[in-house]
Design a protein around this ligand. Structure first.
Ligand SMILES: Nc1ncnc2c1ncn2[C@@H]1O[C@H](COP(=O)(O)OP(=O)(O)O)[C@@H](O)[C@H]1O
Ligand SMILES: [Mg+2]
Length: 600
């Protein structure tokens, strides 16, 4: 995608509002047309004051019309006087009308810009939601956030200004040029020879401005990333008294932003006075040449006045073209980054022929599954297994061996690099994601709690659950009584990341959440790993109660959790090396037995 594309692609977001946009364009056109007409009127204003032998009905037809009406009303007033009054009346009318139009189109333009930005923000957010979880681990999350927030904010402010200028500027340029030609083609030609100097000068500065503002954005992204990293590890920073170290890093990046921003500002401020100067000198030269025309009798003095105002309008709007160019560059820069994010294809999507599975039995088959993360060695090297509906299977093995990876593949957060996984005989890639995930209840080792009430946490993913269902799930997870004892019961705030709850309580709430979906398959990944013996026993009980007729995957480090499983799989070097129930495995000379004896 090249830069220009990014700019034009933005227009897709305007499509739903094209009617409003067309109305806005027409209103701006009308409003600027009136401005040009107003300038035209000034010469008529001067005419009755300068010339003595003025005749009725000369010049502008609207003015003549009003003048005739005035004559009809008050017959014995001099034509000079009625002409003056008529010009003023028309001028007043034009001014009032223009104010109304101006209000309307400014409001409309802002409205469109806000709507577009609203949609864009939503698109970005919902697009990022499609990304596989590992995406947020790879890409620097801070950069991403900075993109979404800063660039969209930039677009918002720029687009609002841009829409109006984009339309009014060309209208004014073409309009005033036409009027200048009407007044005096020769003088217009001379005036035009003055303009190109300005344009050329500005073009070059604009390019450098773009680069500087892009660098500022990047630097800002770096800073945001640093902030996130450093505050998420604030305990570590404080415990090791590394504040100074962190501050130094911060300073360095903060200064970078300052320098880039300063450069952008310097360029921008240079741009404006230099154009102003060139413009003013041009006008003065124009006055001189125009004066010569009047003295020579080639031009009415009052027409020279209108001509000069038209020329000024032309010059200042040509100058505005450079501003528009600068805005366009910035819009392009910001939308380029936004589209970069929007163009990232989610790794996992629904196949066009994916099906819905309204109910599942819970049979799971891994067929020679290989898997590697991007830029990693192969984690799974040919895992084959078959799990009957309702079977309780435990996966054990050293940490880092790929146990969680198996669970993630089952959730289809990734696809196998080789082989396939089947649910009830259907390849996971042929099942719609929503449908697949609906049938799986997932509880993870790491806290999985959103900032909200206990109820919001349990009903995440099931917003329509009834009170009875919620209580039932909580009871099944053995957390109902605990919740009842909380100050506000189910409405108690859990704090950010569940800070007000113990790990064991969080785990049971997470379990209740998973159970509320009434999943056919339950995945428990190291649910008890961080718990003390007492909480472990409690959640162990909850788990046993929750298993019901479900297919259950228990991933565990601690073997006390897996003893009761129907089948235990030992994962090593990316393959299943041992398989059997606890008693069988302990009876033989197995890795499992050594592990079991170590932990006893
Ligand atoms: N998102 C990821 N990107 C790259 N490598 C990963 C990712 N997640 C896990 N890994 C690597 O894959 C291997 C298996 O990880 P994991 O399945 O979490 O192991 P376990 O759950 O058995 O401790 C590890 O070596 C880990 O470093
Ligand atoms: Mg793990």
């Amino acid at each position: 995608m090249n830069r220009t594309d990014a700019f034009w692609r933005l227009f897709v977001f305007f499509r739903p509002y094209w009617k409003r946009a067309v109305t806005c364009v027409m209103l701006i056109g009308a409003s600027e047309g009136l401005r040009l007409y107003f300038i035209w009127l000034t010469q008529h204003l001067l005419r009755p004051l300068i010339e003595s032998g003025i005749r009725t009905g000369e010049g502008d037809w609207l003015v003549s019309l009003v003048q005739k009406a005035l004559h009809w009303l008050v017959a014995d007033v001099s034509p000079r006087f009625t002409l003056l009054a008529a010009v003023c009346l028309v001028g007043m009318g034009v001014a009032i009308l223009r104010a109304a139009l101006s209000f309307a189109h400014t409001f409309l333009a802002n409205n469109i810009a806000q709507k577009v930005v609203l949609d864009l923000r939503r698109r970005l957010y919902s697009h990022l939601q499609l990304m596989q979880p590992s995406f947020f681990e790879q890409e620097r999350t801070g950069q991403l956030l900075a993109r979404v927030i800063n660039d969209v904010a930039t677009l918002q402010s720029l687009v609002t200004v841009g829409i109006e200028d984009l339309i009014s500027t060309p209208v004014l340029i073409i309009g005033s040029l036409t009027m200048m030609i009407v007044i005096s083609p020769l003088l217009t030609l001379i005036a035009l020879l003055l303009l190109p100097f300005v344009g050329l000068l500005m073009w070059r500065l604009g390019k450098r401005l773009r680069k500087a503002s892009y660098e500022t954005q990047v630097a800002l992204g770096n800073l945001t990333a640093l902030l996130r990293e450093s505050f998420s590890a604030i305990k570590l920073v404080q415990a090791f008294s590394a504040e100074e170290q962190e501050l130094n890093q911060f300073d360095q990046r903060n200064r970078q932003i300052y320098q880039h921003a300063l450069r952008a500002i310097r360029l921008r401020t240079m741009l404006s006075p230099s154009v102003e100067l060139v413009g003013t000198l041009g006008v003065i030269l124009g006055v001189f040449i125009g004066g010569v025309f009047v003295i020579q009798g080639w031009l009415h003095p009052e027409s020279l006045l209108s001509f000069m105002v038209y020329f000024y309008t032309l010059a200042s709007n040509t100058r505005k073209l450079t501003q528009i160019q600068a805005i366009r560059e910035q819009v392009t820069g910001a939308s380029e980054r936004v589209f970069q994010v929007l163009d990232i294809q989610p790794e996992i999507t629904d196949a066009p022929d994916a099906i819905d599975l309204p109910t599942v039995k819970g049979e799971i088959v891994f067929e020679n599954v290989h898997f590697r993360y991007p830029e990693s060695d192969e984690v799974l090297r040919g895992v084959s297994l078959k799990i009957r509906p309702g079977e309780k299977v435990a996966i054990v093995g050293p940490s880092g061996v790929g146990k969680t990876t198996i669970a993630m593949l089952l959730m289809r957060f990734h696809d196998p690099t080789e082989g396939r996984i089947l649910l009830d005989g259907h390849d996971l890639r042929k099942i719609r994601l929503r449908s697949l995930r609906k049938h799986i209840g997932l509880v993870l080792q790491d806290t999985f709690v959103i900032d909200g009430t206990v109820r919001e946490n349990i009903t995440l993913g099931n917003p329509d659950a009834t009170e009875d269902e919620i209580v039932e799930a909580a009871k099944l997870a053995k957390v109902h009584e605990f919740i009842e004892r909380l100050p506000n019961g189910y409405e108690t705030w859990v704090g950010e990341g569940g800070a007000f709850l113990s790990v064991g309580q969080r785990q049971r709430i997470a379990l209740a959440r998973a159970l509320l979906r009434k999943p056919a398959i339950l995945i428990l990944d190291e649910v008890t790993s961080h718990l003390d013996a007492e909480s472990e026993a409690a959640i162990q009980q909850a788990i046993e109660q929750a298993m019901g007729g479900r297919t259950v995957f228990i991933i565990a480090h601690r073997l006390s959790t897996v003893k009761k499983a129907d089948r235990i799989l030992v994962l090593q070097d990316g393959q299943i090396v041992e398989e059997g129930c606890h008693d069988e495995l302990v009876a033989a000379d197995t890795y499992y037995r050594r592990l079991y004896e170590l932990q006893r």
